[in-house]
Design a protein around this ligand. Structure first.
Ligand code: HSE
Length: 429
């Protein structure tokens, strides 16, 4: 049977765009069998037609004008891999309004404008898919929307940023400091020249906003999240955590527990937790559903071919819908608007590292203030004797964050406390 040819427009041909181009070219036969159509990239939007691309593309199909793609009636699917909000948002909305299905890998755009984009796709009867926006090549959005749709999801917890996972893994294995490892990661191309979005947790926050909106069926925006990065994690924290049986990971945490808890922060994870074993640049998303129980999705969270893999999967789904004249996956699954808890009202266990003067009674003063604020302790490590300050590491039982902060405000004022050097949440397993 002769297959229909579906024409594709590619917006952007950098690392990810060239991966998409290669997969569509090299796996064309298998893709045609699965989608029911021959998929052909008809036009590619680039910034400069003379610029060298990471893949060999016929010069005749390159254009510097988005309108050449938008106005081409043959093109039915548009892939947006430009990144950032401008001009990606305008291009995506105009493409949808032009009756074209759109596939995007753009986490920032979807986290900030997903509601408007999905409503537009719905209004114009086309698809908007974004599997590649979270976890690179790992299938997680489509599983949450389809295969796990029978569940009420109660927890989504992920390592969704490869750069910070690489840095924390190296700090752990090589006993190196944060700045040393960051510099090496930049030299190797694992961290960007401006690493702010990764190391301050914003990249993970965009991904959590997307995941939580889908998992908990309630619109979550980045403003709803409590965000902490990894810049204040020291070698001391990593080695104390190890001594206590934990690894430190940057986690994106979403919980639906009489209201939503949503936060990105470094976390002490018990070494036996499946996420504690996710190292280097790998990503993983751990979920809990009332029917499935626990499940973890693991794999490469970025890169040319893994991200391209997720995008092409979406292109195939969109192509099948075009053939069957249907809209595929349900566009927006935010059916409710759930309350987001104040961070001070959430409960967690905490690791506290203090620098104290080694004077008699100091531990008693601290534990007494903690006790007065309902903070009970699970373990205490006090190191050495010295005339200067000594580290004191405390791990609390589950406490209300507001109570702990009240206690710490008072502890900071004690004469024998030099500083509260770090406060890190501890996740159970
Ligand atoms: N900067 C991201 C990371 C990759 O380090 O995981 C793209 O989402």
């Amino acid at each position: 049977m002769n297959k229909k040819e579906i024409k594709v427009g590619l917006l952007g041909c950098g690392t990810v765009g060239s991966g998409v181009y290669k997969i569509l070219r090299d796996n064309s036969k298998s893709i045609a069998n699965k989608s029911g159509a021959n998929l052909k990239v008809k036009k590619v939007l680039v910034r400069d037609k003379e610029e060298k691309l990471a893949v060999k593309v016929d010069k005749d199909i390159l254009t510097e004008r988005f309108e050449d793609i938008l106005e081409d009636e043959d093109i039915e699917i548009i892939i947006e891999v430009i990144g950032g909000v401008n001009p990606a948002k305008e291009f995506v909305l105009r493409s949808l309004k032009g009756g074209k299905s759109v596939i995007s890998a753009n986490k920032e755009l979807i986290a900030k404008y997903g509601e408007e984009i999905l409503a537009t796709a719905d209004e114009y009867g086309v698809d908007f898919y974004f599997e590649a926006s979270v976890g690179g090549g790992i299938p997680i959005i489509s599983p949450l929307k389809e295969d796990l749709a029978g569940n009420r999801i109660t927890k989504v917890m992920g390592i969704v940023n490869g750069t910070t996972n690489y840095i924390l893994t190296k700090m752990d294995r090589e006993r190196a400091d944060f700045n040393q490892v960051l510099k090496k990661a930049q030299e190797l191309g694992y961290a960007e020249a401006d690493p702010t979005s990764d190391i301050e947790g914003y990249d993970a926050a965009y991904k959590l906003a997307i995941l939580a909106s889908i998992a908990f069926e309630s619109r979550v925006s980045v403003e709803d999240l409590h965000i902490e990065g990894i810049t204040n994690i020291s070698q001391d924290d990593i080695s104390h955590a190890k001594e206590l049986g934990y690894k430190i990971k940057l986690l994106a945490v979403g919980k639906d527990n009489d209201g939503l808890e949503l936060r990105v922060h470094p976390t002490l994870l018990p070494v036996e937790h499946p996420l504690a074993k996710v190292d280097d640049v790998f990503n993983a998303i751990f979920i809990e559903g009332d029917a499935i129980g626990e499940a973890m999705f693991y794999g490469p969270g970025a890169g040319q071919m893994p991200t391209g893999s997720a995008i092409v999967g979406d292109v195939i789904a969109a192509a099948r819908n075009i053939i069957f004249d249907a809209q595929g996956r349900i566009p927006c699954t935010c059916f409710e608007q759930k309350n987001v808890k104040e961070q001070a009202d959430t409960q967690s266990r905490f690791y506290l590292r203090l620098e104290v003067l080694d004077n008699p009674g100091v531990l008693g003063d601290i534990t007494s203030l903690l006790g007065k604020h309902n903070v009970s302790l699970e373990s205490v490590i006090q190191k050495g004797r010295s005339n200067g300050s000594v580290p004191l590491v405390l791990v609390t039982h589950k406490v209300k964050e507001g109570d702990l902060n009240d206690a710490l405000d008072k502890i900071k004022k004690l004469d024998d406390i030099k500083k509260v050097a770090n406060i890190i949440r501890v996740e159970d397993y």
